[in-house]
Write a protein of this length. Sequence first.
Length: 444
Amino acid sequence: LYIAMKNYFYDAPPDLGAAERVLLDMRTAFEPRRLSGQYNAMIKLCLDSQPPNYDRVEHWYRSMLLDGVPVTVRTFGKLINAASEQGNVREAERWVQEMIAQGVEVDLVALTTMLKACGKAKNAERAEYWFKWAVSSGLKPDSMIYNTMIKVHLTVQNVPRAETYLEQLRETGAQLTSWAVAALIQAYTLAGDSEKVNSCLQEARAAGFRLVRKLHEAVLQSLAKSRNFKELEDWVQHMAAEGVRPSADNYGIVVQAYADVGDHEAVERWSTKFADLSGGSGSSSPQRILSQLQALVKSSDIHSAERQMETFLADRRVVNVMHFNALITGFAHAGDLSRATYWFERITQEGELPNAVSFDSMILACSKAEDVERAENYFKQREKARFSPTEFTYAIMIGAYARIGAAVRAERMFDTMVASGLKPTDIIYAALLKTYCGVKAHDR
């Protein structure tokens, strides 16, 4: 039976129902406490399903507790990691607290994963809480913990706090990781602090990092984000001078930067260099296709982008959910709910799954069309798909209520957001103010 169950695990795609039947047979044949490995493997299988089957994860976890089967550190780590990848801080915290309740020691790996969940959700406060909890519990932060805390604070643009952890890291004699250096370079580039950018690059070289290209990419991404096109193009040349040949991804950053501002001519110019570098294959790469679509959308030529997408699909080019999102977002901003809905439905028709951006764009499209009921429906679908609402999601929902003067519903949504641990932004407060002004509730 165990061999049969393992076959289900390693076959593609896994047959979750069949594997569960095998485990149920094993529970009948053997003492459940002897099946720790099988139970833990069952939870892993539920998490590895596409999409992850969280209801069955919960079922088998509770079954383990009822049968007295110990849950391993490794399994808790997978549960925390699944929540972390979704940026679901509350779910990650729930599993850490379950670890503590079951008497399983929270190790540094589990703690690092918990902190990464906070970083993905841009929740520096909870990251601080867990860091302090670890120290007070007798855990000694290692290099990964410090590097993660640096990255968390850079994610929320709190450079001084990140530098505090940087100093603590140096005091321990540990080294920065390449991704922490890259995050610092991005922060310093955006702040226009070229001296600190060069200092980070020197530190990276002194540490003997092999991923020097990744550090250059951090600079390119920061220059692209700040719309500094001259320095962006110069830096590509600078890479070559330092002996780092610009890759297709590096050219892709430049192409994307011009696409974001709707400069279709520059997109074509740099896409040609991109295609030349890849021996012509870059002309049909997913990145170039996406950049071309975004450039057309940004230049308000959404219908040309739509026609081009139809051509790409007809030619069986490699497209993914991001390409569909470019069109959905474009039609959402244009206030065309019908076409946004059409492309949202095409995602699943073409064998892809909607992501968080897909749902947010549809909520925005419904908001602009003043169709609050449909906006609420997409909000619920987003949660059902295990994408935790972000500040942006709540902002567009509250904005939808503002458009129709639904002050009570807007405030209820605001309270839900605060209860989830997210901090209201100025955009959210502005949406609330607009709601109250619309219904002349000036005191409120």
